[in-house]
Design a protein around this ligand. Structure first.
Ligand code: FES
Ligand code: FE2
Length: 342
């Protein structure tokens, strides 16, 4: 035996948590990332090939040809099929090999030999269902009214942060950082710099909120599981921020790998008719740059934290929200591992 061999025990629960829980929808990229050529991207610890068919519908397979593993994303789009560039094997979006042109009739034809994923496109993003079993019916994708209702208008803001995705989740579950990290921001300078927090249950998750202060600063965060894990918060706006009252943010975080995550923040305002155009104009011309500046403060914090920071913490009352979420996700991962019998 090689004396340098180091035994590694891989904890299956940890693996699920590292790559993202299964049987959930995850946004993987803005819609504009997939145009007329196939695209390769790593998400949830997998390499994916995404493409659009002639009708504009997006499909996703593992970026691994079932013949010998060449990248399907380098291939040629044939509607809902893709032809591998290496030997021309054609794979349909449900994972079935439809043609082996070099050896017609061979037994690979007709097999579901490629790994396929359900795809939905909504609210300016492409969502993938993170499942090991394509035949299993995916859960419906349900997102909050700030995205689904006509009463609101939104802009999707997408970024990739060089950090474990769990730090980005913790960041949103931690409203108190608004008062300190973002105190120079035009909308987060108000209110008490001390607070105590409480947890309130909801039908799909929970709200983590300040006791006795609401509508002044970043005072609460909601976490929910509706076939997709999302978070929601509101930031009050001064009058100069235009019509529509509070500014709402709906956020999702998708793991890419251990050191990289994709963050999606839909910035929403309750505006219709003329107010909608006023806000959209104001957002593009004035507010967007300010929001990016705030998000940069978050990004710098996340990226500068050491990878083991979350194993060397001294938490206090303001951290109940993120502790609760961590515990809940771990519990879900344990259930999934148990159900899969691994
Ligand atoms: S590796 Fe794809 S066709 Fe051979
Ligand atoms: Fe922040």
């Amino acid at each position: 035996m090689n004396s340098r061999t180091i035994p590694i025990s891989v904890d299956p629960v940890q693996t699920v948590l590292d790559n993202g829980l299964k049987d959930l929808w995850y946004p993987v990229c803005p819609s504009g990332f997939v145009k007329d050529q196939p695209v390769s991207m790593k998400r949830m610890g997998r390499k994916l090939a995404l493409w659009r068919d002639g009708a504009g519908q997006v499909h996703a397979l593992e970026d691994h040809c079932p013949h010998r593993g060449a990248p399907l994303s380098q291939g040629v789009i044939l509607g809902d099929r893709i032809a591998c560039p290496y030997h021309g094997v054609e794979v349909r979006c449900d994972g079935m090999v439809t043609k082996v042109p070099g050896s017609p009739g061979c037994k690979l034809e007709g097999q579901h030999a490629a790994k396929a994923f359900h795809v939905k496109e909504a609210f300016g993003a492409i969502f993938i269902y993170n499942s090991d079993d394509y035949a299993k019916e995916p859960k419906p994708l349900v997102l909050p009214e700030e995205l689904t209702s006509d009463a609101y208008s939104n802009f999707l803001c997408y970024a990739e942060w060089r950090s474990d995705y769990r730090y980005a989740l913790d960041n949103v579950m931690d409203p108190m950082h608004g008062t300190f990290l973002h105190k120079q921001s035009h909308s987060m300078s108000e209110g008490d710099s001390k607070a105590s927090f409480q947890v309130r249950e909801t039908d799909n998750g929970f709200v983590f909120e300040k006791v006795g202060q609401r509508g002044i600063n970043f005072d609460w965060t909601e976490w929910a599981d509706t076939g997709c894990h999302w978070m929601r918060l509101e930031i009050p706006y001064p009058k100069t921020g235009g019509p529509g009252g509070n500014f709402a943010i709906v956020g999702c975080v998708t793991p890419i790998n251990a050191e990289l995550c994709a963050v999606f923040f839909w910035r929403c305002r309750k505006v219709s008719d003329w107010m909608r155009s006023t806000w959209r104009f104001l957002y593009r011309n004035r507010l967007e740059a300010r929001h990016w500046a705030v998000l940069e403060q978050d990004r710098i914090m996340m990226e500068q934290m050491e990878p083991d920071a979350n194993s060397r913490e001294n938490l206090y009352q303001h951290d109940i929200g993120l502790v609760r979420l961590r515990r809940h996700l771990k519990h879900l991962a344990e259930e999934q591992v148990e159900a899969s019998g691994s």
